[in-house]
Design a protein around this ligand. Structure first.
Ligand SMILES: *[C@@H]1O[C@H](CO)[C@@H](O)[C@H](O)[C@H]1NC(C)=O
Ligand SMILES: *[C@@H]1O[C@H](CO)[C@@H](O)[C@H](O)[C@H]1NC(C)=O
Length: 351
């Protein structure tokens, strides 16, 4: 974690509708680039230290070029100057593209917790699934801030959904409790949703109203109330099985690994069907909340199969915080490895 980024709290008023795109005119002079930076800064940073701001202007100029070139290279996928636009690649890589430590689970755990493939899925799958359209199933997209807590947010997002589906209760669960108190994970330095599920099986979890998100690791101080919910179990899906993943996502959102989110196109993605490239090795975790196929008369990108991924980088990233990414490549684990290790929490109950 880079301490210079401490000022980078997302501005509270940040609207998902405001977008800072970059055009060739922005490069006509230093002044026009400065103007672009000021507009971006007013939206994303505002109250930063002036010296830091000046230093980051030089990073911003490089990123602006990158975004411009990505958009020039293809119209189907869009990029804009989002929250990451004045971060170095290293800062982005460490906190955002590498916050999962997930390894292939231990063989015994796999035996216990492997979901068996259903006999029925092949011809009964819904054509389209999108949990965003189901009132109450998802809370607002979170922003992990300057903290490698993707694993905690992916886990709470998944548990919020299954809690709602089973108990019809809408609750924001506390990712901060997991950051502070889940000692089998590593707070803002990363972790895994699987370890978070094991914690919640044992201890339950507080609401985020009781235990609010601050985006850095603090002492584990439990509020003097009972946890709002717990889960009884979690299940791994068979890796590299698209039908099974579709069938499972049709029933509830699923936590997935995102491998190699450290590419500039992933970082600055702001819309369209993402086709990569993704990098290697680095692991992020996020929530799969749907799938579908673009209409055959879609003017921009017809007939493309995609997944809907819910991220934890705020609503200004991607399509209001979500990414549609190309579905397929089962044998290779899917784009960005998202079919490699899907896992979901099960049997939520109110405490
Ligand atoms: C969850 O948090 C969001 C954002 O802070 C808030 O608007 C919403 O009302 C909360 N939902 C519940 C059920 O508490
Ligand atoms: C992503 O990270 C991996 C592992 O550190 C590295 O090998 C790769 O070059 C990085 N890719 C990009 C685009 O930075």
């Amino acid at each position: 974690m880079v301490s210079a980024l401490a000022v980078m709290a997302p501005a509270a008023s940040m609207s998902s509708l405001e977008r800072i795109y970059v055009s060739s005119e922005d490069f006509s002079s230093e002044d026009s680039l400065r103007g672009l930076y000021e507009r971006w800064y007013a939206l994303y940073r505002r109250d930063g230290d002036p010296e830091e701001k000046e230093k980051r202007f030089s990073i911003f100029k490089v990123e602006a070029h990158t975004v411009y070139e990505l958009n020039e290279a293809g119209a189907r996928v869009k990029h804009h100057l989002n929250w990451f636009a004045d971060m170095t690649q290293g800062e982005y890589d460490d906190s955002f593209a590498s916050c999962s430590h997930r390894k292939t689970p231990h063989r015994d755990e796999m035996k216990l917790n492997r979901q068996q493939p259903s006999q029925y899925y092949a011809d009964k799958l819904p054509v389209t699934v999108d949990w965003r359209t189901v009132e109450g199933a998802l809370t607002r997209v979170k922003h992990q801030g300057e903290c490698g807590s993707c694993w905690a947010i992916a886990a709470t997002d998944a548990m919020e959904s299954v809690h709602f589906l089973e108990n019809k209760k809408r609750t924001n669960l506390s990712a901060q409790e997991l950051v502070d108190c889940n000692f089998h994970n590593d707070g803002c330095k990363g972790g895994t949703a699987v370890n978070a599920f094991i914690y919640v099986i044992n201890y339950g979890i507080q609401s985020s109203e009781q235990f609010p998100y601050v985006g850095r690791r603090t002492d584990c101080v439990m509020p003097p109330v009972k946890p709002v919910m717990a889960i009884r179990n979690y299940y791994h899906l068979h890796p590299r099985n698209e039908k099974m993943l579709m069938e499972t996502v049709a029933k509830r959102p699923v936590v997935v690994l995102v491998v190699g989110a450290n590419t500039t196109t992933f970082k600055h993605y702001s819309g369209g069907i993402f086709r990569g490239p993704c990098g290697i090795d680095r692991k992020h975790e996020a929530l799969l909340v749907g799938y579908g196929t673009t209409p055959s008369d879609d003017s921009n990108d017809p007939g493309v199969k995609y997944w809907v991924l819910r991220n934890s980088w705020g609503e200004s990233w991607g399509e209001n915080g979500y990414m549609r990414l190309e579905r397929g490549n089962e044998a290779d684990g899917g784009l960005c490895g998202i079919m490699e290790e899907p896992v979901y929490p099960a049997h939520p109950y109110a405490r």
